[in-house]
Design a protein around this ligand. Structure first.
Ligand SMILES: [Zn+2]
Ligand SMILES: [Zn+2]
Length: 445
């Protein structure tokens, strides 16, 4: 005689199912919660388990996983998960946990018997129907960059940040027919909405270029509307982190503990392209990378377009300033000094003559004294770096969450004083949401 185990905290559900199965000739065991259910499964070794999803003392996902781990003791076990909810993510997670079937209550006796007797062995597909292919949208002519998120560390909304904005890192670049998005902090949500209204259903192709995967640089991606449109292509480029690859790091923040839709459930085509070289291209745009001084694997990018160059270094701490600081050990000796200067010089050469430099300027010099080794610069160093590299326009970036609009304006004013006291014509701005910078330099002959 075949046997089934019913695991459900609702005695009425157990009774109804028990009567149905007994009448069909099955031996039936019952358990009142997940923990009791696992014990009962090991004791009775049933042919099938019918398990509720949400129960006290061990939920149905955990029951599935636990029973599948003991596959040697429970060969050929069929697991049917039952639930009062039809969320796609629950269904997917149940299958991933080891369920064979997923039924939404109320359950018909006929459905249960059909599944138990193998008359319907097909698992429900978690994915939807494929979209209709359409040609990708053409970008309007003209190269430019636009800021959608300029804040560091954590979004900082509120009345004191409305001018510069409270969203974390995201910059849009349109150049030479390419749509390139630099980082996907919370600002990418606004960009996504803007793209949706601009392109109105026409298929989009874009490249998301990630400096690193600290949360303030990826946290907006789950809210990026174009990722939810079936015909769109989102290419994600960046470098492998210290432990996991780019894809798994991005997928983790969309695991069901944190977000209701998994990365691989998004309808758009998402392609990961992990870079191995420091020099590559996105269409006709040449991209060069440099490892910067920031905890973990973090890069800065330089994009050379037909009408100007952009460098994007959202998170970086001036190297010599950090190594030589008394509170960081105050390393001395000519050799160390030379090494530190050479490191900073390497960055200056990387930035040489760039048209627009977007550079970490989270602190002022006084604040920096209590943030040594946090991976961010004071704006005085950012100005000095930009001047040394012959940059045309500097955008102070990654504003500290503690800095309100008035404070950032004072920083810009002082940064401009520093530039003019140096006799330079370099333009300085603090990056702000909505600021648009056209790239107008004529092509070299
Ligand atoms: Zn950051
Ligand atoms: Zn960071």
């Amino acid at each position: 005689m075949k046997s089934a185990l019913l695991i459900d905290d609702d005695p009425i559900v157990r009774k109804v199912l028990s009567n149905t199965l007994s009448a069909a000739g099955w031996a039936v065991h019952e358990a009142r919660d997940g923990e009791e259910g696992i014990q009962a499964a090991l004791r009775h070794r049933p042919d099938a388990v019918i398990c509720d999803l949400l129960m006290p003392r061990c939920n149905g996902f955990q029951v599935c996983r636990s029973l599948r781990e003991k596959a040697a003791e429970l060969p050929g076990l069929k697991i049917i998960v039952t639930t009062h909810r039809g969320f796609a993510t629950d269904r997917l997670n149940a299958f991933e946990s080891g369920a064979d079937h997923y039924l939404v209550k109320p359950i018909l006796a006929e459905d249960i018997l059909r599944l138990l007797e193998g008359r319907d062995a097909v698992k429900a597909s978690p994915s939807g129907p494929p979209g209709t292919p359409a040609p990708p949208a053409q970008l309007p002519p003209g190269n430019l960059l636009r800021f959608w998120g300029v804040r560091g560390s954590i979004p900082t909304p509120g009345p004191t940040t409305v001018f510069y904005g409270g969203n974390t890192t995201c910059v849009e670049v349109r150049a030479d027919g390419q749509l390139i998005v630099l980082d996907s902090g919370s600002g990418i949500r606004l960009l996504g909405n803007h793209l949706a209204s601009e392109f109105k259903g026409r298929a989009l192709e874009l490249t998301l270029l990630l400096s690193h995967t600290h949360w303030d640089h990826i946290q907006g991606f789950p809210f990026f509307a174009p990722a939810y449109v079936a015909n769109n292509l989102v290419r994600i480029m960046g470098y492998e982190g210290y432990r996991k690859g780019l894809e798994s790091t991005l997928a983790v923040q969309m695991e069901s503990n944190y977000f209701p839709i998994g990365l691989r459930q998004l309808p758009s085509s998402i392609i990961f392209s992990e870079q191995r070289e420091m020099d590559f291209s996105i269409g006709p745009v040449r991209v060069r990378s440099i490892f910067v001084n920031h905890p973990g694997v973090c890069v800065g990018y330089r994009l050379d377009t037909s009408t100007g160059s952009i460098a994007f270094l959202p998170d970086h701490e001036s190297y010599a300033r950090m190594r030589l600081h008394p509170r960081a050990g105050g390393e001395k000796g000519q050799q160390t000094l030379d090494y530190c200067r050479a490191e900073d010089q390497k960055l200056i050469e990387f930035l040489r003559d760039v048209d627009v430099l977007i550079l970490d300027a989270q602190y002022d010099e006084a604040e920096y004294q209590t943030h040594i080794g946090w991976g961010h610069s004071c704006y005085e160093d950012s100005v000095a770096t930009a001047l040394a590299a012959g940059v045309r326009q500097l955008c102070l970036f990654h504003h500290d969450p503690l800095h309100d609009d008035a404070r950032i304006s004072r920083i810009v004013a002082h940064a401009r004083d520093l530039v003019s006291s140096h006799g330079s014509s370099m333009t300085v701005e603090a990056a702000r949401e909505g600021l648009e910078i056209p790239l107008l330099k004529p092509k070299p002959a």
